[in-house]
Design a binder for this molecule. Sequence first.
Ligand code: HEM
Length: 138
Amino acid sequence: MKKLIFPAMLLAAACMVPAPVRADDTPLAKEMEAMDDAYKAFRRETDPAKGAKAAREAQESVLKAIPLVPAMVEKMPAGEAKDKAIASYRTQMGKLFVSLCEVEAAFVAKDLAKVATLVDTLKGQKKEGHNEFIEDEE
Ligand code: HEM
């Protein structure tokens, strides 16, 4: 019986550790999810009309996400560092919007090779944005 006390205490301690704050329920997370759906829809799309439509849907989500502030930045105290972070977030989202317009144009031009190159660019933009603006992201 005694042998069980230590594991039981460990388990109790583990339960007390607060779960990391996950920014998965914010208005921004919802726009990100919608963008992710559109992104997944055009990533391997070969039909130009369908691809261009999905690219436009992703653009819509980005436009809605630009005025929002990442949860991590929201928590920062008011000041220069926070202002810089917000400006950096908007800059990256602006670049993402431009890339998505380029994806749309590539589909319209039926240039699937260009779409593939742009998908690589998007992957990099996503990684950079998530590294900088999501707390528990690698
Ligand atoms: C192709 C580009 C991108 C895709 C497909 C994408 C997708 C996603 C997904 C699926 C989530 C998780 C939502 C959830 O937890 O339910 C997310 C969260 C998030 N993304 Fe992106 N993302 C992209 C680019 C970016 C960029 C460029 C930035 C920043 C400039 C960014 C900032 C964030 C932030 C801050 C969150 C957490 C939500 C919050 O803090 O409220 N993402 N993204």
